[in-house]
Design a protein. Sequence first.
Length: 89
Amino acid sequence: MKMVDLDQTIFVPVVDETHGGVTVEMKMTVGEFFDKCCQGFKPEVVEAVPVEWLWAAQNKMLKSPRYNFEQCAVVGQLIRAWQQEQEAR
């Protein structure tokens, strides 16, 4: 399964036929794009992995005799990205 951030800002090229085919860019979120351009389509919204699971996984990795730095670093990056997102809100 792949996920998309419905709040991500995108720029959609729109051709204005009333002004000789001039192309302009509309700024909108991915969710707004679906609402305006894909009538009747509602993407499935699923819950993300709880951050508590990531903390538990990282703690388990740190205590493991087969500690893997790369895996632990990836989980750490996910946790930091989540924390930054929470601070921005």
